[in-house]
Write a protein of this length. Structure first.
Length: 376
């Protein structure tokens, strides 16, 4: 099968790039895959971080992506259309996670009508940080695709709310497998400057308001000295908002702050050091962080929002939204009576059910089913 994919790929950094690189590795085994990405993702003045790009030496996948268009440059849309048409795909897969990309993606979907089965792989439909044009943009892009792959029931429902006749296939986010193998907790803690005998909590990924770091810090401030918290990720919000905790003498020795993008070759250290990964999000659909955590055998604590709770099962704990007191109690409870070990064992039981092979096979099967129905 000839498949063309449009998404973030190297040299862009972040979870969407990781997701699609893993997907392409698996699809390559049985299909002819063409990889397409952006010239730029965001104008510099709209990007809150230090860089949109990764350093080549710190990246596990160089890739082969054609850099064909900029979402904010309408004139580049035509070049992108010509490039993908020239690839003669039977299946066109576009990834969608930011409504600002809707004009480009909907244009390509429209230009490829009757030429390919058009699949929109929807990571988020309703943005975490909403804008006035989101509903209109979502309707625009959903009307130009034949079928939709959602990573959670929450996203499926969001799609059906906008387009009631949409054909949606839900496939759970696979666990990441491209990072280095884990090391012992003692070795990882030594490299990160953490007492290996402590109970290590990890908050991993970009720090944004909706991710609820303040809720976790509130809970953490009430825990005893045996708990340490590692915050690993670049701050996309005002870091001074957290000064009340970061400057607290009672917490300073137990807080380990890495305010930077964590390159691929360091990810294993943070999860090897961690006993628990905590995601106290205020809004979410699903999370690549939880998929990474499970891959390293680390249980998670998540809030009951979006699709997060659907993936946890016995592999972690779900707590109510914005309740630092209940989050603190859940953290304390996990470290009692062997509960942490039971969660780790549950992760190992689930490991074979969350592979990229399974995900890619379901995606292609869904697309082929749509092709058959279109040909009738």
């Amino acid at each position: 099968m000839k498949i063309s994919i449009l998404s973030a790929f190297y040299p862009f950094r972040g979870g969407i790039a990781h997701f699609n690189e893993s997907l392409v590795r698996e699809l390559d085994k049985d299909h002819q895959v063409q990889v397409n990405t952006f010239r730029t993702q965001y104008p510099r003045f709209l990007f809150p971080g230090k860089s949109q790009f990764v350093e080549k030496k710190n990246y596990a996948w160089e890739g082969r992506a054609h850099r064909i268009a900029s979402p904010f440059n309408v004139f580049s849309f035509f070049n992108a259309s010509r490039t993908i048409k020239g690839q003669e795909p039977e299946i066109f897969v576009a990834n969608y996670w930011v409504t600002a990309f809707a004009p480009l993606i909907s244009f390509l979907g429209w230009r490829l009508r009757k030429r390919a089965t058009r699949i929109l792989l929807v990571h988020n439909l309703v943005p975490h940080e909403k804008r006035f044009f989101d509903t209109w943009m979502n309707r625009l892009v959903l009307n130009q695709f034949d079928g939709f792959v959602a990573l959670s029931e929450t996203v499926k429902n969001d799609i059906l709310h906008v387009r009631k006749d949409a054909k949606v296939c839900v496939i759970q986010h696979p666990w990441y497998d491209q990072f280095k193998e884990p090391v012992s907790k003692a070795e990882a803690c030594e490299k990160l400057g953490i007492d290996p005998s402590s109970k290590v909590l990890l908050f991993f990924g970009l720090v944004r308001n909706y991710k609820g770091l303040d809720v976790l810090l509130n809970a953490f401030s009430e825990l005893d000295d045996s708990y340490h918290l590692v915050i690993a990720g670049e701050f996309y919000t005002d870091k001074q908002e957290f000064d009340v905790w970061f400057n607290d003498p009672a917490l300073k020795e137990r807080l380990h702050i890495h305010d930077r993008f964590i390159p691929d070759d360091e990810v294993h250290l943070f999860f090897s050091a961690a006993d628990l990964c905590v995601l106290p999000y205020r809004s979410a659909t699903q999370s690549g962080v939880s998929a990474t955590s499970f891959q390293f055998g680390v249980p998670v604590v998540v809030t009951d929002v979006g699709g997060l709770s659907q993936t946890v099962r016995e592999m972690g704990v779900v707590v109510p939204l914005e309740r630092p007191d209940l989050l603190r109690e859940a953290l304390q409870d996990i470290f009692s009576e062997g509960k942490l070990l039971k969660m780790i064992q549950a992760i190992e039981t689930e490991r074979s059910n969350n592979s990229w092979k399974s995900f890619s096979s379901e995606l292609v099967h869904f697309a082929e089913t749509l092709r058959v129905s279109q040909d009738k």
